[in-house]
Design a binder for this molecule. Structure first.
Ligand code: ADP
Ligand code: ZN
Length: 347
């Protein structure tokens, strides 16, 4: 059915499917997008806060936190699906942030060789990033998302009302990815994030809608050109190579680590891809406006050690995303020793 009112619909068309991303749609209309019997895989915190919305559905609860994205966590869910008699005619709906939607997408793609599925995304990070693009993965032996599948959900409902109960630190995680989109692909979005930060931080409805929609459009565009990440999709990893290393080493949140990773990537961009000093400074100051950390004070050797373990590495080099200007990114293959040299020179 067609969405109503103030809903924006972005389509992700790939060889195998069309995925509908519905920004501003309400959870109350979930039934309009589902056919057959449905079962929700719901984040426990979300269930607690919004149980009335789910009371008419069969449910399996997901323990919040990355630990659920594990083989043990999956075992528990497959067991419950069997117990409840879920078969191929059922529809699976993941409800929550990135953890719940990753698990739901993976389970729906593997249980009985695959059931139809969709998401209700309830975090800012989920609505702009984690639930969009068809990557469904779990963690294994310390490696994030190392086991998984590419499969697009039939729909993603991004109900912005959910964001009102989201803890501040979770919002900040989302803002980090939002700023990332502006840096890699859209200088107009950058200017808007810069000039309207007060209303955006206050989650003023029209600003929130506008920002999420634009981020989803950018991601959809990249995913449609390169669903399986053979090249272009790597741009979405801007700030993430060093960010992941910092996340692992320090245990700070993903968004905060990526913010520091972006600061490092901005500096490297000045040295390698011609980014202007003034643009670097504007980007760093935007991160600060959104409460994100920008101090890069980690040991280079430790960071290089963690990067070498990154699953996306080639033998002696890594694809690194750099900026030429605000809103314009390039992917460069860099040798580890050259990356280390640039970092040494900068720090
Ligand atoms: P992400 O989307 O950032 O990957 P998670 O799935 O880990 O994050 O969710 C982050 C945290 O926010 C979890 O503790 C989860 O239970 C909680 N959460 C998710 N959605 C909401 C919401 N709408 N209101 C309050 N807490 C939420
Ligand atoms: Zn990220």
């Amino acid at each position: 059915m067609s969405p109503t009112g103030n809903v924006s619909e972005v389509l992700i068309k790939t060889k195998a499917s069309t995925s509908r991303i519905l920004i501003g749609e309400s959870i109350e209309n979930l039934g309009n997008y589902v056919s057959g019997r449905a079962i929700l895989l719901v984040d426990k915190n979300v269930q607690k806060l919004y149980k009335d919305f789910f009371k008419n559905y069969d449910r399996i609860l997901i323990e919040p936190g990355e630990n659920s994205k594990s083989l043990d966590g999956l075992k528990n869910i497959y067991g419950q699906l069997l117990e409840k008699g879920v078969d191929r005619s059922w529809f699976i709906i993941g409800v929550g942030g990135g953890v719940a939607t990753d698990i739901a997408g993976f389970v729906a793609s593997t249980y009985m060789r695959g059931l139809r599925f969709g998401f209700v995304s309830t975090t800012l990070l989920g609505q702009v990033d984690a639930s969009i693009g068809g990557k469904n993965g779990i963690n294994f032996e310390g490696y994030k998302n190392i086991i998984g599948v590419f499969r697009q959900p039939e729909f993603v409902i991004c109900d912005t009302e959910f964001l009102k109960t989201l803890p501040g630190k979770e919002l900040v995680n989302g803002f980090s990815e939002i700023i990332k989109y502006s840096l890699i692909a859209d200088s107009e979005l950058f200017d808007y994030l810069d000039s309207s930060y007060e209303s955006i931080l206050a989650l003023e409805p029209s600003s929130t809608h506008r920002v999420i929609k634009r981020c989803v459009e950018i991601k959809a565009d990249i995913v449609m050109r390169d669903e399986k990440e053979s090249f272009e999709r790597r741009k979405l990893n801007f700030g993430h190579t060093i960010g992941h290393a910092i996340e692992k080493l320090s245990g700070i949140s993903h968004g905060m680590a990526v913010s520091i990773g972006m600061v490092a990537a901005l500096r490297i961009s000045r040295a390698v891809s011609g980014l202007k000093k003034e643009d670097e400074e504007r980007a760093v100051s935007l991160l600060r406006k959104y409460g994100l950390p920008t101090d890069f004070s980690y040991g280079i050797d430790e960071i290089m050690g963690a990067i070498r373990k990154d699953k996306k590495k080639e033998v002696d080099s890594i694809y690194f995303v750099l900026l030429e200007e605000l809103g314009k990114s390039v992917i460069r293959k860099m040798k580890f020793r050259d990356l280390k040299k640039v970092l040494d020179d900068l720090c």
